[in-house]
Design a protein around this ligand. Structure first.
Ligand code: LLP
Length: 421
């Protein structure tokens, strides 16, 4: 998807330099071709096993409406973690039956919305939530479709902030408590118990932990069947990692094949909730060097993107490969720290990269399609950049650059003199 041609970096058939001139920087740029091929890798692998359309894309990874519409057109359902994400899924054209609702802190209003819509499943994460969902369903005189998100207590080799499936995490129902809770749920009138889910974390680069989690979940499912609690789906969550920097995750096909073969004696329909592996390598962050600054200990390239645009480096110490939009063959290479204009020393995008840089140069950070734009903020009153979709030699603005006026529009123009008296 990214290739140099005459020393100019292209995404599909578009030069990134031209995109910067046309739309300004910083901006996120996505390749439709890569997005589609990632989704189809899941869809085709599942289809090879006779399972169609059981992919619930995790909206949190990238919630741009155009991206959601594309995935919806390709057949995706959606995994949502807020009323806002459910609204986005509907806005993107999803039917409620293809929406799942996960998350530890669902509010009364969000649960009511989900039950009224009749979504595929509300994934329950605590005993208290079960009681709340049932009470709301009863009040509405409706039946809520539910699954339990079970925490299988698996330790994964990923950043601690994105591990979710161990008993140290806030997520899911403790494995040993799940059976009793399922039993209790059968006594509640307004619930349709339809599945079991788990999600053990993100950026997982080996199959092992998924297989361990599945073994646990299957054991529980067996126990439930013996008790005559018959589910219709089993959801292994998301979590498949991508290659940011020398990681060697399994391919999407290998991941799907491993899951399906584990489930071959199980009658439940498999569901998956991938986020990162669908959008991660489909997006880049395009930024311009404002200044090059050399101090006694460091060379800094101060760029126009910052931690508010891409939070992953400071939050998870994440690595994003950096490529210049134009290669300057004669220029001398130095080690640079790539930093933004935000007033925090944590405002860095990369450390110690070999680059030949001068003010005005354009850089791209690779693999920013997932948890880039969706985690961005307006810190330092910085408007978020545009988002551009590329298909072949065409570009589409899928989110306008914010204006400073927009950032202030919800703040009332109160005459503070009257407060100060
Ligand atoms: N399902 C549930 C219930 C989740 O909590 C998540 C992600 C997913 C699916 C999708 O997981 P994925 O396939 O994207 O790994 N902001 C972090 C990642 C946080 C992931 C949270 N949960 C990052 O930038 O690395």
């Amino acid at each position: 998807m990214l290739e140099y041609y005459n020393n100019k970096l292209k995404i599909e058939s578009c030069e990134l330099q031209e995109i910067a001139v046309k739309y300004g920087t910083p901006c996120y740029v996505y390749s439709l071709q890569q997005l589609r091929s990632n989704y189809l890798a899941y869809a085709n692998a599942l289809q090879n096993h006779g399972h169609r359309q059981q992919i619930f894309y995790a909206i949190k990874a990238n919630s741009n409406l155009t991206i959601l519409r594309i995935l919806q057109q390709l057949g995706a359902g959606f995994d949502c973690v807020s009323g806002g994400e459910i609204t986005r899924a509907l806005q993107a054209g999803s039917i409620p039956e293809k929406i799942m609702f996960s998350g530890v802190g669902k509010t009364h209003a969000e649960i009511k919305m989900a039950i009224e819509l009749g979504i595929h499943s509300i994934n329950i994460e605590s005993a208290e939530e079960l009681i709340r969902v049932h009470a709301i369903a009863k009040e509405l005189n409706l039946t809520a479709n539910i699954a339990f998100r079970v925490n299988p207590n698996i330790t994964i080799d990923s950043h601690p902030y994105i591990s979710t499936g161990s008993h140290n995490n806030k997520f899911g129902i403790e494995y040993n408590a799940a059976f009793e809770l399922y039993k209790h749920a059968t006594t509640l009138s307004n619930l349709n118990i339809c599945g079991i889910t788990c999600h053990i974390g993100s950026q997982i680069t080996s199959l092992e932990p998924f297989m361990q989690a599945l073994d646990q979940i299957l054991q529980l499912t067996q126990q439930l069947t013996e008790y005559n609690i018959n589910l219709s789906f089993i959801d292994i969550g998301g979590g498949l990692g991508i290659n940011y920097h020398n990681e060697t995750p399994p391919t999407i096909a290998a991941y799907v094949n491993a899951i399906i073969s584990k489930l071959k004696h199980c009658k439940l329909t498999p569901h998956i909730e991938p986020g990162r592996s669908i959008v991660g390598n489909a997006g880049v962050l395009l930024t311009k060097v404002e200044y090059v600054k050399t101090t006694a200990n460091n060379n800094f390239a101060v760029v126009d993107a910052a931690m508010n645009d891409l939070m992953r480096p400071v939050l998870y110490d994440s690595y994003h490969e950096i490529m210049p939009a134009i290669i300057k063959p004669q220029a001398s290479i130095k080690k640079y720290n790539i930093v933004g204009p935000v007033c925090e020393s944590g405002d860095f995008l990369a450390h110690s990269r070999d680059l030949a840089l001068a003010a005005g140069d354009l850089l791209i950070l690779k693999d920013c399609g997932a948890y880039g734009s969706s985690m961005s903020s307006n810190y330092n009153t910085r408007p978020r950049g545009a988002e551009i979709l590329v298909s072949g030699d065409k570009t589409y603005v899928i989110r306008d650059r914010e204006t400073i006026a927009q950032l202030m529009q919800n703040e009332q123009n109160i005459d503070v003199r009257s407060i100060l008296v």
